[in-house]
Design a protein around this ligand. Structure first.
Ligand code: TXA
Ligand code: MG
Length: 348
């Protein structure tokens, strides 16, 4: 298959381009499209054969369930059943938005979307291209992030092409994703509701609605992660080995500088993911500035592209710092911990 790329205005998507992409979806094809979090790789969620093609294109294990995307709040009842009362408030505040809810699956949704589970992950994206496409398709759209399995999520059409060229029918190029990391996943089938993946909606916002919401991401326990290097699922990973430093800003920067010098002296190519204000004088290293540590929105926008850019420079090792637990910091920590596959260094 030859992948086609169509440019599309992110704010005012051209109806003819949307109609063409919707036709591909309805015909059982795969369309990569921008959402406000990251690019998604979409297929008709009512068509098991189309859904199976997503898993094949990504090399994704069939045991890893997908998120279903809807165009309107009213569509929720066509993909999920037995909604708990608390769902209303999350829908009111975060549909559309960067929140995915786990609910009971409606039987009309193809079982392979959920990897056979009786639950379903549902999100209503706010991106105008995503909304227009799903609306025009007239069916719920199953869409994981549009990257090869275990690679950093795609935040631009160029990233999608890098990973999925000639594996998908169409890529809608609507520019860079606005948030840059994936949605927060909240399980409403358990009591209390549990965050399974921190993401674009901060934990603080979730707890405004459910103060006792639990956090079940096993990747946030820095100490247990560090005690099991190599045991973790490889995810969001650059090709280079990533080492993740957690501590005070001063100690993180000091250790990164020291380790970078030693690695360079040993002949290894070093990349660093740093904040703008980090004082790092590292000739010979590729230092990628992600933004100010006081502006995590900006850091999130650049995180995955920073990993890909360092890979493009063929570094052997990437040294990355933590950004704390507040706001998007928790999601950044989760992605960096996974990318590090357990190589987490506590440096306090
Ligand atoms: O922002 C996002 O969420 C992006 C955009 C495209 O919407 N999508 C995304 O999808 O990140 P993906 O497939 O990369 O991640 C979906 C996650 C998986 O880790 C999967 O385990 C979880 O959602 N998930 C899906 N269905 C689930 C279910 N029924 N129960 C628990 N977890 C589920
Ligand atoms: Mg993904």
């Amino acid at each position: 298959m030859k992948t086609r790329i169509l440019a599309i205005d992110p704010l005012h998507p051209a109806p003819d381009v949307i109609a063409e992409a919707a036709h591909v979806l309805r015909s059982g094809g795969l369309v990569a499209f921008p959402t406000e979090t990251v690019y998604g790789l979409g297929a008709n969620a009512l068509d098991p054969a189309a859904v199976a093609r997503i898993f094949a294109a990504k090399d994704r294990p069939a045991t890893n369930p997908l998120i279903v995307h809807i165009a309107e709040r009213a569509d929720l009842v066509s993909v999920a059943v037995d909604l708990p009362p608390i769902a209303d408030e999350f829908v009111r505040q975060h549909f559309p938005g960067a929140l995915t809810l786990i609910l009971k699956r409606h039987p009309r949704i193809a079982a392979n979307v959920s990897a056979g589970l009786d639950t379903i992950a549902v999100r209503m994206p706010s991106h105008p291209v995503a909304q227009a496409l799903i609306g025009a398709a007239g069916v719920p759209v199953a869409a994981p992030s549009a990257n090869r399995f275990s690679r950093p999520s795609a935040t631009t059409a160029a990233h999608v092409l890098q990973d999925l060229e000639n594996r998908v029918d169409l890529i809608l190029d609507g520019g860079a994703a606005l948030i840059g990391i994936e949605s927060t996943i909240l399980d409403l089938t358990v009591d209390p509701p549990a965050v399974l993946r921190p993401g674009g909606v901060p934990l603080e916002s979730i707890r405004q609605i459910v103060p006792n919401a639990a956090v079940h991401s096993r990747f946030l326990e820095i100490d247990s992660a560090a005690s099991a290097p190599g045991q973790m699922l490889k995810h969001y990973s650059p090709r280079a080995e990533l080492r993740f430093y957690v501590g005070t800003p001063q100690s993180m920067i000091a250790h990164i500088a020291k380790d970078a010098h030693a690695l360079i002296a040993a002949g290894r190519r070093v990349g660093v993911l740093a904040a703008d204000e980090d004082r790092l004088d590292l000739p010979g290293a590729a230092v990628m500035r992600l933004g100010s540590a006081s502006d995590l929105d900006q850091i999130a926008v650049r995180l995955f592209s920073g990993m890909r850019d360092l890979d493009a420079q063929h570094v052997d090792v990437i040294l990355a710092r933590d950004f704390g637990e507040d706001g998007l910091g928790l999601a950044l920590r989760d992605r960096l911990t996974r990318a590090a596959e357990g190589r987490v260094l506590r440096v306090e």
